[in-house]
Design a protein around this ligand. Structure first.
Ligand SMILES: [Zn+2]
Length: 559
């Protein structure tokens, strides 16, 4: 493995202005198409509009460009596309209490107490990232557990998967949730044993009961969160992302960023439901705005919940909760109605489906609606975690895109074994089988559920192991994908999944010059080496927007 010194590279590149005729030379460059075919080059010539003008071979004569950058032999890959994340939650998550690293309830309580003491001015303490599984708690935490840490003001903390909220007594009181409050449709208020009194955890649609009582973030808060999210993504080489569940407040922040010239990451926005879609985009998808930086192409619909909170909708009961099959969040009629309203106006539909019943139902609805809504629809199913093997072939019909998150497999395999039991694991995180069925695989992180790290994702995709290298030989290793497929699923396939393939996703003449300079070759690195890959520079549209260790670059990016 060759590691490249890059201090000189940074110095050599400091004079490059935005959008100028630029030659980035002396690179070990690669692009990859949707089929995984790799193209190699040693120089990129970028035109005044920030598009690739020409890829150069070693033997090609160098053009006389206005600006030249000598990359000193560094590896260049196309800008990475994260096909499923939550932009604002990523930014807010990085700015609020983060419990993802806590290993026990006691550790979490200490972190919550400390955070509250450090922020005496915050009227509510909000945060996310708890997971009773990694705490080894064997039950959901309670309001009393949270009161023991902070009781003088409301505390509301989202579970790591975003499918449950943990409230203290002050938050339950502020939200008016009591023994008299009924479970809303598609949601569940956890109750104390032997009573109707709320226990402190609100699952799926019940979360809104408490979220409604929370003071709403102001426009400025959204802008700070967006800047933070962009900084995180660019530092991991992500130049485009599908934002799954865009609200009007988030969209307005993206527009302010575009209008004021600090929108860096390309955002393929999927509205948070049909009303938000109609409010934001109106009668049809928006055009691409700000030189292909922003578009609302479609809508995100939630058909079920997640495995962790047993909200994923299964065909048979949970192995570790025999009376529960999870729940559909929409009736069959509601799902088809919402999908029709979107498809009628040419919006793309992305359906969140995690359980095998959820996936079967999403496929049923797509098959039925494809009779009416013809043409290039690119119906998307998000997550596709548990699929009945009998349903896998159906992914190859009607151009269904499987939007999957490889790191979930590595993080959740033990939980999946507990929830599903050994007999139902065959169709879980079944990347290779779904790819073989003919469905385009688009990979992402589901950030902030997982860190938005495409290199960790590629490592998981090719090895079915976690950061600890476990389990040895990989978990159901027959479902690994080839490394070309893994890289394509984080680049060209991601652009295709968002109708962006004529604009970005590959490095080739006419497409936006989005690329990442990294310190190792992803076609050669072992999974462990891939996870340790360092992003040296990130370029979007011919503009260098991130330089490792360069404070000025980060300040510029973060406004
Ligand atoms: Zn998500």
């Amino acid at each position: 493995m060759k590691f490249i010194r890059f201090a000189a590279l940074i110095l050599a590149a400091t004079a490059v202005p935005a959008h100028a005729d630029t030659l980035v030379d002396n690179v070990q460059g690669m692009s990859i198409d949707r089929e995984g075919k790799v193209t190699r080059f040693t120089g990129i010539w970028i035109d005044d509009d920030g598009r690739v003008k020409q890829l150069l071979d070693r033997k090609d004569k160098r053009p006389r460009a206005k600006y030249g950058v000598d990359a000193q032999g560094a590896v260049v890959i196309p800008g990475l596309v994260d096909s499923h994340l939550h932009m604002m939650e990523l930014g807010f998550g990085a700015l609020t209490l983060d419990l993802t690293q806590t290993r026990s309830l006691a550790e979490a309580q200490a972190a919550i107490r400390e955070y509250a003491a450090a922020h005496p001015d915050r009227k509510w303490i909000i945060g996310r990232g708890w997971n009773q599984e990694t705490w080894g708690l064997g039950r959901f935490p309670t309001a009393a557990d949270l009161d023991a840490a902070v009781s003088d003001r409301p505390v509301l903390l989202a579970r790591v998967d975003g499918h449950a909220q943990w409230a203290n007594s002050a938050a339950l009181a502020a939200a008016g949730i009591s023994a008299q409050t009924a479970d809303p449709a598609g949601g569940r208020i956890e109750r104390l044993a032997g009573s109707r009194a709320p226990a402190g955890v609100l699952v799926d649609n019940a979360m809104q009961l408490a979220e409604r009582a929370m003071p709403a973030p102001r426009p400025d808060d959204h802008d700070v969160a967006l800047a933070k999210a962009q900084q995180i993504l660019l530092s991991r080489g992500i130049t485009a992302a599908a934002d799954m569940g865009t609200t009007i407040e988030a969209w307005q922040s993206y527009r302010r960023a575009g209008d004021d010239g600090w929108l860096r990451v390309r955002i393929m926005a999927y509205a948070a439901g049909v009303p938000a879609m109609e409010l934001i985009a109106g009668p049809r998808p928006t055009p691409w705005l700000y030189a292909d930086k922003l578009r609302m192409a479609g809508v995100k619909l939630y058909l079920d919940g997640a495995l962790g909170s047993r909200g994923a909708w299964l065909k048979a009961p949970y192995a570790d909760d025999p009376r529960n099959t999870g729940l559909p969040l929409l009736t069959g009629a509601q799902l088809r109605n919402l999908m029709s309203r979107a498809a009628l106006d040419q919006f793309q539909v992305a359906v969140h489906a995690i359980g095998d019943a959820g996936n079967a139902e999403a496929l049923n609805a797509i098959e039925e609606l494809s009779e009416t809504y013809k043409g290039d629809r690119r119906w998307r199913i998000e997550h596709v975690q548990v699929v009945d093997p009998a349903d896998i072939a159906r992914f190859g019909r009607n151009g269904v895109i499987a939007s999957m998150q490889p790191v979930h497999q590595a993080s959740d395999r033990l939980m999946a074994e507990a929830r599903l039991g050994p007999a139902r694991l065959a169709g879980t995180y079944a990347w290779r089988s779904i790819d073989a069925a003919g469905a385009p695989l688009a990979f992402g992180s589901d950030a902030p559920v997982e860190a938005p790290d495409p290199f960790a994702g590629m490592a998981a995709a090719i090895s079915r192991t976690g950061p600890d290298g476990q389990p040895f030989g990989g978990w159901m290793p027959g479902e690994t994908v080839r490394r070309e497929a893994a890289l394509a699923s984080y680049t060209a396939q991601g652009a295709f999944a968002g109708f962006g393939e004529t604009r970005f996703g590959e490095l080739k003449p006419g497409l936006r010059a989005d690329f990442v300079i990294i310190d190792r070759d992803p076609m050669l690195a072992t999974p462990q080496d891939l996870r340790a890959a360092k992003v040296l520079q990130t370029w979007v549209g011919g503009e260098r927007v991130y330089v490792a260790g360069d404070q000025a670059g980060e300040r510029q990016e973060g406004r």
